[in-house]
Design a protein around this ligand. Structure first.
Ligand code: FAD
Length: 486
């Protein structure tokens, strides 16, 4: 949409932010804290400032808490009935493995709505930040250069709410409008790819649930569907998220009752059934979107994407908010060097540095989430071998848990370390295949546990190669998606 001359006279800002979610609210606060001769004038446009009720963003990893502290926003976790989480408990049939956060680290579970309202309150209080309740409908582009000069938005209510579109101008526009972004393809142009979702999370809140391991994230690995997550989000509330592969069944509730609940720990059955009766079953696509480099000749000038509008990973590992907060920490550092926010060359250079500097944490968290989902949602025999290997690897304890859980927590940021542990799991899965007893059904007798016999080794050697190949097929394309530079 092009700009008219009368609109150019309306109020103009240094930075416009579209969306007061996790990324937008924290960025607004961070920009206001930049030390400059004159404070930056920032405007955040949010379509609804009412407390949202969503099934996303409810567990913040210890790494995310560390980033929040760096942003001076840790108080947002207070007075929202947040529950502490001390690690994970992984459940596979009758087996359980405890994966505690080491070094006294804690994560926090909460209702997304309460946390977001606390972040928005911080943005509203910040110096020279305006938070406006309005839905952004268009980007305003310069008729000559195509550069984005601002946005058009419709106010929700208040004195200016006449349904008319209002223009907001800025030197720089940052779009943080979440996973269903309306502006992704316009901003990324030829550099963009479409998000992919092969499954959904469906969620309900359980009341006073007795989890197999209290104050931990509990992950039940079940057949046919993906993992089921349980984590406390309040004193009495526990979020249950069930991964359902696409296409979604026509009757979700019936599928949960018939196929999922029977596979859950029996102590949860009644509580889950009650929740399915009383709570609205909500769903969200589990979208995956690698980050495309911005600020290049393929993308729009004067604007860039932040948060889920730009980069998404599987929510299994609860890493989205951690990535968003680390992104804001890094952007604040880079923005502190910017002299002129209207100078696109300066900004595009910054975007290039940001894109590559963020890889250490974003790639680690992104790749882990998708790789772990492939194993935990195992769809074939080879993935099943890897899943069993992963479970047994955690059972070894020591460094087989310590480093992986630090990666999961967003504390250790190293794709190379992730690579090491992923392939250590694959090799251990092969060792388990040869050495550990497995269930053998023999004629009329009862199935019994037996280690593989020597005459089975040739077939197992063939299977080893297939398992290793499978591990490569899962992991290497993910790394490639992260490091490709065009
Ligand atoms: C099922 C599921 C569970 C998840 N669980 C976790 C978890 O436990 N831990 C974790 O760290 N991450 C989790 N995530 C990911 C996490 O929710 C996101 O990474 C995070 O919310 C991204 O923040 P954001 O600011 O980009 O988007 P959001 O937080 O979604 O904010 C976007 C904002 O933009 C506003 N907006 C949208 N369009 C417009 C418009 N046109 N005009 C004005 N405003 C607009 C919206 O109202 C919203 O306030 C989960 C994701 C899913 C799908």
């Amino acid at each position: 949409m092009m700009v008219s001359s009368t609109e150019m006279e309306t109020v103009s800002y240094d930075v416009l932010i579209v969306g007061a979610g996790i990324a937008g609210s924290s960025l607004a606060h961070a920009l206001s804290s930049l030390k400059r001769s004159k404070p930056l004038r920032v405007c955040v446009l949010e379509r609804s400032l009412a407390e949202p009720d969503r099934i996303v963003g409810e567990l913040l990893q210890p790494g995310g808490i560390a980033a929040l502290q760096k942003l001076g926003l840790e108080s947002c976790l207070e007075d929202i009935d947040a529950a502490s989480s001390h690690g994970y408990c992984c459940i596979l049939q009758d087996e359980r493995v405890h994966i505690p956060y080491p070094d006294a680290l804690v994560g926090k579970g909460f209702h997304y709505g309460r946390f977001i309202q606390a972040l928005r309150a911080k943005a509203k209080q910040a110096q020279s930040v305006d938070v406006v309740e309005a839905t952004v409908t268009e980007l305003i582009e310069c008729p000559l250069s195509g550069r984005v000069l601002g946005v058009r938005a419709t106010r929700k209510d208040g004195e200016n709410a006449d349904g008319e579109k209002e223009a907001f101008f800025a030197d720089l526009t940052i779009v943080a409008d979440g996973c269903f972004s309306n502006f992704r393809s316009t901003v990324l142009g030829g550099a963009g790819v479409k998000p992919e979702a092969s499954s959904h999370f469906v969620g309900v809140v359980l009341k006073d649930a007795k989890l197999p391991m209290m104050n931990h994230g509990n992950v039940a690995l079940i057949h046919k569907h993906g993992p089921v997550l349980f984590y406390r989000i309040g004193e009495h509330d526990t979020r249950m998220l069930i991964n359902l592969k696409n296409p979604l069944p026509s009757d979700i509730k019936q599928t949960l009752l018939a196929e999922v609940i029977p596979q859950l720990p029996s102590s949860l059955g009644v509580t889950v059934q009650e929740a399915l009766e009383n709570d609205r079953i909500r769903r969200m696509p589990n979208s995956i979107l690698p980050a495309a480099e911005q600020g290049s000749r393929h993308t729009k000038e004067g604007v860039f994407l932040l948060g889920d509008s730009w980069n998404m990973r599987h929510p299994l590992t609860g890493g989205g908010m951690t990535v968003a907060f680390y992104d804001v920490v890094l952007l604040r550092e880079l923005f502190s060097e910017v002299k002129d926010f209207a100078d696109w060359r300066e900004i595009s250079h910054l975007l290039h540095r940001w894109h590559w500097s963020r890889k250490r944490y974003s790639s680690t968290i992104n790749v882990l989430s998708v790789a772990l989902y492939a194993l935990f949602g195992a769809e074939d025999e080879l993935l099943n071998v890897l899943r069993t290997g992963c479970f047994k690897y955690f059972e070894l304890g020591g460094n087989c848990i310590y480093e992986p859980v630090l990666i999961l927590a967003g504390i250790k940021q190293s794709p190379a370390l992730l690579f090491y542990h992923f392939f250590a799991v694959a090799l251990y899965a092969i060792w388990v295949m040869f050495t550990h007893p497995r269930v053998v059904a023999t004629g009329d007798e009862k199935p019994r546990l037996e280690a593989p016999r020597i005459d089975e080794y040739p077939a197992l050697f063939m299977k080893c190669i297939q398992v290793l190949w499978k591990a490569c097929i899962v992991f290497l394309p993910l790394i490639w998606a992260e490091i490709r530079w065009w």
